[in-house]
Design a protein around this ligand. Sequence first.
Ligand SMILES: C[S@@+](CC[C@H](N)C(=O)[O-])C[C@H]1O[C@@H](n2cnc3c(N)ncnc32)[C@H](O)[C@@H]1O
Length: 230
Amino acid sequence: MDIDSGLPIGQEKARTVQKMFDQIAPRYDFVNRVMTFRLDVRWRKKTVKALLLPPASTVVDLACGTGDFCCELEKAGINPLGFDFSIGMLHASRSTSPLAQADVLQLPIQNGVIDGATCGFALRNLTELPAFFQEVSRVLKKGGRIGFLDVAEPENRFLNWGHHLYFDRIVPKVGALFSDKSAYSYLPKSFSYLPPYQEITEMLENAGFKNVKRQLFAPGSVQLFSGEKR
Ligand SMILES: C[S@@+](CC[C@H](N)C(=O)[O-])C[C@H]1O[C@@H](n2cnc3c(N)ncnc32)[C@H](O)[C@@H]1O
């Protein structure tokens, strides 16, 4: 347990996250669409576009959850493979892509065989970001592309106030109404796990990625990291 934030860390965090997603899996997609006003679909489309990969490429979607990214990748003619450690999320999937239960910190994939990797809204749920980036780098071919989406804190003070009002007060109520109150109260707290974007960029570069770029969506509430394996 991290004493400052009261949030679990290490293996306790992994167990808590896995159990929480198993519980909320049946209504996860529905609550996501309500909470983001369906914008999550648009952000995933933009991420797939930012991969700049041709059809028939093979892309791993890491911490794939219910497979939303896999569906978008398929629409672009890409061959996705999804991995997640929550069996509940995998069972709730409507994607027709191959999905498997695995810890994304230890992928069951050989070195240097994959064209690209996506990850949606899971960076802050992982226990070790540098180790995750190293693992992605290991399985990608040279020139392999990444597109990692997650939440962000708007820098503008007014937007930041609105962002906190929405995530700290409204999202837990929406979650309680349609799903699980404690899981959706964890969501705004989980923002504090995410390092500043400069640190994420540095971690990606240290893991072997170049041309790392950050794009912001939903005025500064969502960020996309893209890049290429050196
Ligand atoms: C917020 S959900 C995101 C799901 C999906 N990517 C999306 O865009 O909707 C976070 C997911 O990360 C998964 N996860 C967290 N840590 C993981 C790990 N170490 N290995 C595999 N999956 C993990 C959880 O089980 C959960 O499905």
